[in-house]
Ligand binder design. Structure first.
Ligand SMILES: Cc1cc2nc3c(=O)[nH]c(=O)nc-3n(C[C@H](O)[C@H](O)[C@H](O)COP(=O)(O)O)c2cc1C
Length: 165
């Protein structure tokens, strides 16, 4: 990472897997090494096996919104502890998902599966939903909500080592 930072002039975003054992610590090390942004989390393609034909079969499983929760969890914990921006990818399907991503501290919410499922016009629905929610709740900007529900800013966050309900 340090070598890349010294070589490249452009911002470097690192897309992480959630299979690392100490994600917050690793995020801190990437930040200290000069990462401009962290993207949480990659979804690996998981090819299946056809045991009749003995072939590896590509399979593309699109995401489900419940995959967002592990992203919200870790961005909420890391927010405020690193300089790098964070983006959430994985399970962002709706306006509510984008708003939640902003509230835990992401600067960017990425959307792939929902657009493949619903078409690119789905962005209009998401955008309208964000604007509607912000008007209903008297928010003037996304910046107002950024990190407002991160671990630091929630009075009694749930324990980080136990399942959340
Ligand atoms: C067809 C397809 C192609 C993708 N190609 C890439 C890629 O080249 N590089 C990458 O980092 N992620 C790639 N992704 C992962 C997406 O960027 C995204 O992280 C993942 O789909 C989770 O977000 P989602 O829940 O909105 O789908 C791809 C996803 C899909 C479905």
């Amino acid at each position: 990472m340090r070598g890349l930072r010294e070589t490249l002039k452009i911002p470097i975003a690192v897309k992480l897997s959630h299979f690392f054992s100490a994600i917050a610590n690793f995020a801190g090390k990437l930040d200290a090494s000069g990462a401009s942004a962290l993207v949480l989390f990659n979804r690996f393609y998981q090819p299946d096996l056809d045991i009749e034909e003995l072939e590896v079969v590509p399979s593309l499983a699109l995401s489900h919104p419940n995959e967002l929760l592990v992203r919200l969890h870790w961005v909420a914990i890391i927010h405020g502890h690193i300089k790098a921006d964070m983006a959430i990818t994985g399970g962002v399907h709706s306006a509510q998902d984008v708003l939640k991503s902003m509230m835990v501290g992401a600067r960017v919410a990425m959307m792939t599966s929902a657009l493949l499922q619903n078409g690119v016009d789905h962005l209009d629905t998401v955008y309208a939903g964000i604007i509607y929610w912000m008007q209903e709740h008297e928010y003037e900007s996304i910046a107002q909500m950024c990190g407002s529900m991160s671990q630091r800013n929630v009075p009694t966050p749930p324990p980080t080592n136990e399942p959340t309900t």
